[in-house]
Write a protein that binds this ligand. Structure first.
Ligand code: C5P
Ligand code: C5P
Length: 478
């Protein structure tokens, strides 16, 4: 059967099951992941449950593992109907124990393991089961959206949050940062119905909602060495290319620039980035596709999908799930205000940690990698991955080595490890997932992930041994 037919069949199966569940009048337990894709996919499923008048209880978790399931044991016992979003496919073995329950998994991670023979009511909607790339073409919010759409065409209104989830998982990997695959279908549908617009534009953070100086200083993708994180330098940069950053004591917005000034800004930024050592390809990433939501106010942080995504991401990482879900479901008053405050707090914290990396205070150089010791300054478990991503993608550390960042895990006695590969090392035979899994298992921990982004948990007292093992396993293919 064609992949498309299989996908349609999977969506039908999910919708039929939900309609059937609704007849019981019993509540659903919805368990999701804390990142932007996890929060948006949970929000979409909440809308679906509301549409069907199904009562529900939501839990957002760091990961789906034995200790988490133990913590949720009472809740799990009480519920006959379970939904997992942005997790579940990788934990089929663990979930097999709920053979007597009705389970819907909406995920895009690699399915791992089989289901026990007595598991009967298991429905899994995952792009990888239909030959669709789960890293680049669809994520959990994409699949949740397709289920919601199948249930009701009015759920096209959810296209924006599906897109926010896909951008949160960095699925904008087409030419010039375009969304591709199933994500593209959602964009097209959203554009047709007026919920979304797609434009080629300058990709500065918050371009429509914030003063230009702030936009430049806040841009991390692409990272602009010397300007990112530094408003004073960004102010001076604008002056140096002949753009007045402020008028009558008021910082200027991008919308106030003349055509000539916009041209100066674009060429000035690209020239600057090349001058400080970025490749022209990297510098040109400052121009690309942006996704806008015309039904939001242009000055709102929810107008630009990437800014929206960073707001949801910040809430997730600082444990403010309820706030983020409320915003996704439409609260533009108190929850939005709170989300903006949370995002500011998150940004300050991130800035402080990045400065510690740049100053070298918490960095140790090994022969084969850089190690960021986040435990020294108490970096939160949910922020360490972001620090590793920024350190690997920007020129914070002399290029050419994988970045291994670690910190104390929330789980007593454990260290959380996040590893990222700088782009220049892609497809050079280094497989972070394999290396981390190997070294972690040797010291009584666990690890995995992707070639370019992986993670692990290890016992605290075996940190040094783990790092030594990693030094060997990173460069020993197979
Ligand atoms: O936590 P972090 O963002 O560093 O995770 C990177 C990747 O590694 C993710 O895909 C995550 O699912 C995976 N991972 C894993 N096992 C762990 C920790 C992370 O497979 N113990
Ligand atoms: O697999 P998972 O979604 O849990 O991955 C989490 C982290 O890995 C995110 O920080 C994401 O940006 C990063 N990642 C990446 N490149 C990939 C896949 C994931 O940087 N190809």
């Amino acid at each position: 059967m064609s992949a498309k037919r299989l996908l349609d069949q999977g969506l039908d199966e999910a919708v039929e099951a939900l309609v059937e569940w609704s007849k019981s009048g019993k509540p659903v337990l919805l368990i999701s992941h804390y990142d932007a894709d996890g929060i948006t996919s949970a929000s979409i499923m909440i809308k679906v449950l509301n549409d069907l008048a199904i009562p529900f209880h939501v839990k957002i978790v760091n990961q789906l593992d034995e200790p988490t399931l133990r913590r949720l044991e009472k809740l799990l016992e009480r519920h006959e109907f379970l939904i997992f979003t942005d997790l579940g496919s990788g934990q089929r073995n663990l979930l097999s124990r709920y053979a007597d329950k009705n389970i819907l998994v909406v995920d895009h991670h690699q399915p791992i393991g089989g289901l026990a023979a007595d598991v009967k009511a298991w429905i899994e909607v995952n792009p990888r089961l239909y030959d669709i790339n789960g890293n680049t073409e669809a994520c959990a919010s994409t699949m949740s959206y397709l289920i919601a759409r199948r249930l009701s065409s009015s759920n096209i209104s959810l296209a924006p949050i599906a897109i926010v989830g896909a951008l949160g998982d960095m699925q904008d990997c087409g030419e010039k940062g375009q969304l591709v695959g199933l994500n593209r279908r959602i964009v097209e549908e959203g554009v047709k119905s007026g919920y979304v617009s797609e434009e080629m534009s300058l990709r500065l953070f918050g371009l429509r909602s914030k003063p230009l100086v702030e936009c430049i200083a806040r841009t991390t993708n692409p990272y602009i060495p010397g300007l990112t994180g530094n408003e004073r330098a960004s102010y001076k940069f604008l002056k140096s290319i002949g753009i007045e950053p402020e008028v009558n004591g008021q910082l200027r917005m991008f919308s106030s620039l003349s055509k000539e000034e916009v041209r100066k800004l674009v060429t000035g930024l690209i020239k600057y980035m090349i001058d400080v050592g970025l490749s022209s390809k990297e510098a040109e990433r400052i121009i690309g596709y942006v996704y806008l939501f015309p039904r939001e106010k242009p000055e709102s942080p929810l107008f630009d999908a990437r800014e929206y995504s960073s707001l949801v991401n910040a809430c997730g990482r600082l444990d403010k799930y309820g706030v983020a879900i409320a915003v996704c479901l439409g609260d533009r008053e108190e929850s939005l205000k709170e989300a903006i405050q949370v995002a500011n707090m998150y940004r300050e914290r991130l800035g402080r940690y990045i400065r510690l990396v740049v100053s070298g205070e918490i960095v140790e150089e090994y022969e084969g990698f850089y190690c960021i010791h986040g435990d020294i300054v108490g970096i939160e478990e949910k922020i360490i991955g972001t620090i590793a991503s920024i350190a690997a993608s920007a020129t914070l550390l002399p290029k050419g080595k994988p970045v291994i960042a670690l910190t104390r895990a929330e789980k007593e006695g454990f260290i959380k490890v996040s590893a990222r590969l700088p782009r220049a090392l892609n497809r050079k035979g280094i497989d972070l997932a394999r290396a981390l899994r190997f070294a972690a298992e040797k010291v009584g921990g666990a690890g995995g992930g992707h070639e370019v982004a992986a993670g692990a948990q290890i016992p605290i007292e075996r940190k040094r041994e783990f790092l030594e093992l990693l030094g060997e396993s990173l460069y020993n293919a197979k």
